[in-house]
Design a protein around this ligand. Structure first.
Ligand code: HEC
Length: 217
């Protein structure tokens, strides 16, 4: 496994932590199921119980921004007007490279896709650049056999779209802010939330869209 330990570890840990938090908040784990319909207050209590004694920077991250609030409110299936509002807001966050070149080095993109470094408890103060952790949710190259399946396989992604210019732009926007293509996406907003820089995003776009990338071999 090339990635940080947290790739397979974090899911187990998160599930255990959530279970414990649910119990602490007086909820049976099943109570979060959509049909049971927990109230916002119950959800807030679970979140608060899950992260006791955290510092201010982390505490701020527990407060959903407007997009997350709307997605939570509608169980990730907002009505049409809210769906469009989220999409429009997401589109307004996207910043393109000054020179208009959307692809960098796939070799570096592969390293970033492997790296789960950044924004974890142990990553403060940051000692190196954050990664994209794409393999936590996606299959990308045939060489890497350790990957998550929350997101679809991206193997052969560029080839699938004939390496078209529009597809390159769509990939850039997807990574920058996935709510443009799909409001209430479960994928992180790497550009909009400043997890990755524009240059890093270009390298990851190359991993997906460069014909020479192992993703397309
Ligand atoms: C927490 C899990 C998660 C992480 C991490 C993640 N993604 Fe995703 N991604 C998803 C999910 C879920 C979808 C499907 C829903 C959607 O399209 O938003 C998706 C969709 C996509 C799509 C669109 C696929 C299609 O059907 O056209 C692309 C491209 C993509 N991700 C690229 C990436 C890249 C590159 C990274 C790393 C920088 C990454 N993702 C990190 C969860 C994730």
């Amino acid at each position: 496994m090339h990635n940080e330990i947290q790739r397979p570890f974090s899911r187990t840990f998160a599930a255990a932590a959530l279970g414990a938090a649910l119990l602490a908040a007086g909820l049976a784990p099943g109570a979060l199921a959509q049909d049971a319909g927990p109230t916002q207050a119950q959800v807030d209590a679970v979140v608060e119980a899950a992260f006791p004694g955290i510092d201010a920077e982390w505490a701020a991250r527990l407060t959903p921004d407007e997009t997350m609030r709307q997605c939570n409110q509608f169980g990730n299936m907002p009505p049409d007007d809210v769906f469009e509002e989220i999409r429009t807001r997401a589109a307004s966050t996207i910043v393109y490279p000054d020179d208009g070149v959307l692809m960098g080095s796939w070799e570096n993109g592969e390293k970033l896709a492997q790296s789960g470094y950044g924004m974890r408890f142990s990553d403060y103060p940051p000692r190196r650049e954050s990664g994209g952790n794409c393999y936590a949710c996606h299959q990308l190259t045939p060489q890497e056999v350790s990957y998550g399946t929350l997101g679809p396989s991206l193997m052969g992604y560029g080839k699938l779209y004939d390496f078209s210019e529009e597809a390159v732009k769509a990939a850039y926007e997807k990574i920058y802010n996935p709510h443009v293509a799909l409001p209430c996406s479960m994928m992180p907003r790497f550009g909009a939330n400043a997890v990755l820089t524009i240059d890093q995003i270009k390298d990851i776009v190359a991993l997906l869209m460069d014909p020479a990338s192992p993703v397309n071999q």
